[in-house]
Design a protein around this ligand. Structure first.
Ligand code: SF4
Length: 288
């Protein structure tokens, strides 16, 4: 199986991403986010492991990728999860990528990325998509129990990264009503930290992530069952909130982004008409 694979979000009818590739040094992820979608399709997901002979295989595969291609690192794991402290495969990957004319989009929610700022600065065409789920420290630790980083630490990290690299913030998933009270405050804080774009999406349920969410937040279980199962929509193997509620929540994030004059996009919601730029931050590459 190739390390670099065409990005294909299960042929999701709402995906508006440009053609791109996906790459990760690890299988699985230790951040253990309750809402994670990847746990439903990757075996032993919460026991992450490095990919075998990663750097050697990557060297061979990179030679076959057309110049100018977009590579997202990574879609189904966080490249700056705890394993990276030991193996440093993401750092090795970035050092290799310096030799290629590719557009690199790093998706992470960990401040460990700051360790590699020396290499990131040298990459010719790079965007970081940094995820902030909420502004509340306790809620963040409950939603992302494997990631012991508080929202303020993340904002500081974004602020540092933004001095050197274009950063798009992923304020998602919106989990009504857990983090949807935070919208204006979060978008303003992200703007003050120097991000250039806000990307958002609502939480979608899969049986396993829904079970984790209901066990962690039993007080919301019946509300979510009603919103997702009784009144929601079934799309591409996920349960979505009803379009009206999604549109309201996404519209609130768009309104907050407009207020602080940031680019805005929604991801896989069916509302691409309100996006002001490409959905995945790729318009921030300095050479398009
Ligand atoms: S960081 Fe991403 S891949 Fe890792 S557990 Fe959280 S949602 Fe899943």
């Amino acid at each position: 199986m190739n390390l670099i694979a065409p990005f294909d979000p299960w042929k999701n009818q709402y995906c508006t991403c440009p053609g791109k590739f996906s790459l990760s040094a690890y299988t699985g992820c230790a951040h253990n986010c309750l809402y994670c979608y990847a746990t439903s399709y990757i075996r032993n997901f919460s026991s992450p492991r490095p990919k075998k002979d990663f750097t050697k295989r990557l060297e061979n595969e990179l030679k076959r990728i057309p110049a100018g291609s977009i590579i997202t690192i990574a879609n189904s794991s966080d490249s700056y999860q705890p394993l990276e402290k030991k193996y440093k495969l993401t750092r090795e990957m970035l050092l290799l990528l310096k030799n290629y004319q590719l557009k690199i989009n790093i998706v992470t929610k960990s401040i460990l990325i700051l360790r590699d700022i020396d290499v990131l600065k040298d990459l010719k065409n790079i965007v970081v998509s940094f995820t902030l789920t909420c502004m509340d420290k306790q809620l963040a630790q409950k939603l992302e129990p494997g990631l012991r980083e508080c929202p303020l630490e993340k904002l500081k990290a974004i602020s540092t990264l933004s001095k050197y690299i274009p950063v798009a913030a992923r304020f998602d998933p919106l989990i009504y009503p857990l983090n949807t009270k935070d919208i204006k405050e979060a978008v303003k804080a992200l703007s003050d930290s120097g991000v250039r774009q806000i990307i958002t999406s609502t939480y979608k349920t899969k049986p396993d992530n829904f079970k984790r969410m209901c066990e962690a937040f039993p007080e919301y279980a019946s509300l979510w069952k009603s919103l997702y199962m009784a009144r929601g929509e079934r799309k591409g193997g996920y349960n979505y909130l009803a379009a009206e509620l999604r549109e309201k929540l996404i519209g609130e994030v768009k309104g907050a982004a407009d207020t602080v004059k940031l680019k805005f996009s929604s991801c896989r919601e069916g509302f691409s008409g309100i996006n002001t730029t490409s959905c995945d931050g790729s318009s921030l590459f300095h050479i398009s």
